[in-house]
Design a protein around this ligand. Structure first.
Ligand SMILES: [Zn+2]
Length: 86
């Protein structure tokens, strides 16, 4: 996940702010993290984890927050499991 810890901290402060509207929070998460969590879809969590699955020969890529990644039933294929072409 190419989200810097700096923008992650900024996002977390946006989410916890009471002055910012939910819509603006959602836009901020979508913009900075590239989308919302595929499981809970909440702007209150930041999807920092990327899980990839092989579905009938197609690699599906989904974003999850830390909590949801632990709750998803199928263990994601991590990058270290990718076959090296050489
Ligand atoms: Zn989530």
């Amino acid at each position: 996940m190419n989200i810097s810890s700096e923008s992650l901290t900024k996002l977390q402060s946006i989410i916890s702010s009471k002055k910012i509207t939910p819509w603006k929070k959602e836009q901020a998460v979508k913009h900075k993290a590239g989308g919302l969590c595929a499981r809970c879809g909440s702007y209150e969590c930041i999807p920092t984890q990327i899980a990839t699955y092989e579905v009938t020969g197609i690699t599906v890529l989904e974003k999850y927050c830390d909590e949801c990644l632990e709750l998803i039933p199928t263990p994601p294929i991590t990058k270290s499991n990718n076959r090296n072409p050489f």
